[in-house]
Design a protein around this ligand. Sequence first.
Ligand code: TNX
Length: 526
Amino acid sequence: MSRPGPRRLLLVVLTVLGLVCAGLSAGAGPAAAASAFPNTVVPVPVSETGNGSTFTLPAGATITSDDAGTGGYLAGILRASTGYALPLTVATSSPGTIALSLSGAPGTVGAEGYQLTVTATGVLIQAQQPAGLFHGVQTLLQLLPGAVMSASVRPGPWTVAGGTILDYPRFGYRGAMLDLARHFFTVAQVERYIDELALYKINYLHLHLSDDQGWRIAINSWPNLAVYGGSTEVGGGAGGYWTQADYSAVVAYAASRFMTVVPEIDIPGHTNAALASYASLNCDGVVPSRYTGTNVGFSSLCVPLPLTYTFVDQVLGELAALTPGPYLHIGGDEASSTSAADYATFVDKVERIVIAHGKSVMGWHDITDAGTPPAGAQAQFWDTTTSDPALAAAAADGTKVVMSPANHAYLDMKYNHRTKLGQTWAGLVDVDTAYGWDPGDYLTGVTGSEVAGVEGPLWTETIVTSADIDYMAFPRLPALAELGWSPWSTHDQTAFAARLGAQGPRWKTMGVNYYHSTQISWPAGS
Ligand code: TNX
């Protein structure tokens, strides 16, 4: 082969330069190509291409959907705020003004992604699976004026910029956790939170159902757990518990928002409510008092006691039967009243019980101190460090990692020293801190492909009402949701701050009691 002459070399160099530049601008695609699209969507989509047109929803618009549930969900929101009739047809044949279609989406959208096309005459959302249609609907709602979220009729016009959005998630696990044990929350309160989470494409709801201060789910084979162990909470309030029908109602409601419930029974520590409910579960046969304080690490199930495993088997068995999702979360955190040897024995036995009930293990990352969990397990990292050798070893052995570093992802940390609610042990977490880390490149020795995703835990020692939940989750939860969904190449604090600000009027309209972080310029009136 002859060597290229100088002219040819110049051409090659120019071509390479051109490609690099094209690549760079493609990397910045969502921001650069967004000129025709307002920067209002959180999490920011993978790619957006404006077409210069504008769509305004006409009063006589129709909706067609291949998925009845999501069609009804969209119609319900739009009818309430626009006052239009918006008849819904569940069919594929002739597309309505807004059409949700399970055909024609590019393969790249996968199980949860979608393609959204807005022309002057209509909106088409295409997906491979119903979850994708639902996520596409969330994007459409965020492209519409915030008043679209109103429960009563508001004036239009209901206008959307024209173009095409192609979108799919970076991570398959995008979770939020609510602690029902430190304070009890009703089914209605949790459903309200589910609706808020769904707006940001969260797809797992982790429910922390037991702790020292309360046991929140009825277990038929151990009735005192809920009746007695559920009758307290932090501060001495009455507590409460869900019947199994209540739990199933929440599971179904979450499923209607394409969210999978992960129930957690936290063992062997964090078990005072259970130990107080049954003398027979205690090594010394003596029941401790119920507990309404906020200390951690003082309780432990009795590891040498055979009845302990009958208990765990029956509790997890009932929960497994009620839970369609793949995971049972066994907690395992802060077991400082359990010796290391007992802890390892216990976790190994419990992991086998989970598998025997046909579920996969999820636990706080502490469970990897007991060795690599069984295949299919997920360990949830909660510490404030950036390395955990036991977790990294388990990850190398196939355990997937869910990232909840407390100093970035904990929704119960204060925003600043003036915040009345929340704790400070992991630091202060304002929007920049909530958004400023990369879940795929955070822990030493844990590679991006070992990360299943992210989760925002909301512990409730200081959280009592739905307004409190709103205040701690918003605006930080959307920051976490974007880290979980959007490609890292789109990560940009300034652009994120702008699209987060655009959520303010929506939350105002919906009555979401969000924290007006001074890092964001919230539109006037929101
Ligand atoms: C630590 S981190 C806990 C919880 C507390 C929380 C308060 C972890 C897995 N456990 O028991 O509620 O801190 O921020």
